[in-house]
Design a protein around this ligand. Sequence first.
Ligand code: PLP
Length: 413
Amino acid sequence: MTGYTELAERFGTPAYVYDLDRVAAAKRDLFAALPEEAHLFYAVKANPHPELVREMCAGTGRGCRAEISSVGELAAVLAAGASAADVLYTGPGKTEGELTEALKEGVRLFSVESLGDLRRVGETAGRLGVVADCLLRVNSASASASTSIRMTGVPSQFGFDSETLPALRDELTAVPGTRVAGAHFFPLSNAKDEASLIAEFRHTIAVAAGLQDELGVRFRFVDIGGGFAAPYAVTGDRPVYGELRAALAETLDAHFPGWREGAPRIAFESGRHLVGDSGTLLAGVVNLKESRGRRFAILDGGINTFGGMSGLGRILPVSVELHGPQEPADQVASLVGPLCTPGDVLGRDIPLPALAPGDVVAVPNAGAYGPTASLLMFLGRPAPVEIVVRGGDVVSASRIEHTRAYAYGQGER
Ligand SMILES: *Cc1c(COP(=O)(O)O)cnc(C)c1O
């Protein structure tokens, strides 16, 4: 592996380094943890970098399908060589323009979040003379007891409230341009351990089977969601799920006897688990200062580079490792970015080795929810460099660029 310090010198900081070998390993391990018959969707929002999407959907070993929720993500998937026919299009705010583009490109599988959403898909498909397969996204009235992050059972812009679905049956199955193909669940993200992941899947499978009975519609496709975990910007390893495959098979046998023959097809989704440990964030130390007894290390990238989604108002669990000669932590300091807002904090009072301006710090497990989940344009700094490596060699180095496109008025003066 090319050294981080060398990469930082060559391409500058802040920079992300993504290792495609690790992406391939995560994909291989997750496929191995799931029943052979399962489909696996890669949630492109976790990291839409074209080389990562290519590795996921068209790379070595079994291929993931792509789960997207914008035409920008669709473009990334198509550019990576994946087929629109394998895409699942999700999200609560699909506009007619986006649906038209997706359907024209060949997307035929949609997750719908309400009757209005289903009808909009149907109207657009009808206008184009095609039929869209729709999965009813379900906001289940109940969650498994061990669910810690409740994304279900509460009022939400996501999904049909499960208790309302049976009464909607006739309307749902009569929307021209659509076919109700099955159900989509996503009750959990980043499960705390394998036992809670299994408990959630068991619960979801039972709810899905019950719903199929209540609706009297034979499901051809059931997406039972995810929850596969990954360390986020802290040291540690991606969890290995050794019990999952057998537990899933047993539960599916009990509730969907035809699942092994694809009736229904069973799908899972993952973002962070597949790409999280492939990425390392490198940032340069610009300055050190003390204020009223507290130390600050000021980096050349902050929430404009990483963790912008949680950076405002929440403390990010960052643990920094210095590459090169490893010195033991000898002080406590806050790691802050260069932005003119007190919210630009990557870690508060964390143990750090002695740092000097010019040093490069490396944040591990930063491959998911990186640049595109950050406040990239806030304060107008360039986006971080994204360096892709495989087998220790640099494959590419690039950065996202923003340009203003004028729809009206003078662009040049
Ligand atoms: C965000 C999202 C995912 C990915 O979540 P991870 O925690 O990164 O695995 C999967 N499915 C849906 C519907 C999502 O919104």
